[in-house]
Design a protein around this ligand. Sequence first.
Ligand SMILES: [Zn+2]
Length: 105
Amino acid sequence: MKNLFRLNEKDLIRWMISFYCKENHHSTKNLCFDCEDLLKYAQERIEKCPHGENKPVCSQCEIHCYRKDKREKIKEVMRFSGPAVMRYKPLAGISYMIKKYKFRR
Ligand SMILES: [Zn+2]
């Protein structure tokens, strides 16, 4: 049960950016150049996160490792795709909420 709710943030971010790109940039199979770039950047940040497995969700992290321009962009993506996650990927959405709750300060 625990594993079921383990949040795969890399998968989630990929899904969110794809959804955003499809709806806003009318991409079909592949992401547009900008979104592809953003996805690579975001996944790299997750990989290099010093918190490792026990990382809080990025929006609550105190490090703020995203560069300013990327941060603005990812925020926009999350604002747009966030509600869709609950609709299309409820399990990931719930995992995210659990994690957010756990690390709440
Ligand atoms: Zn795009």
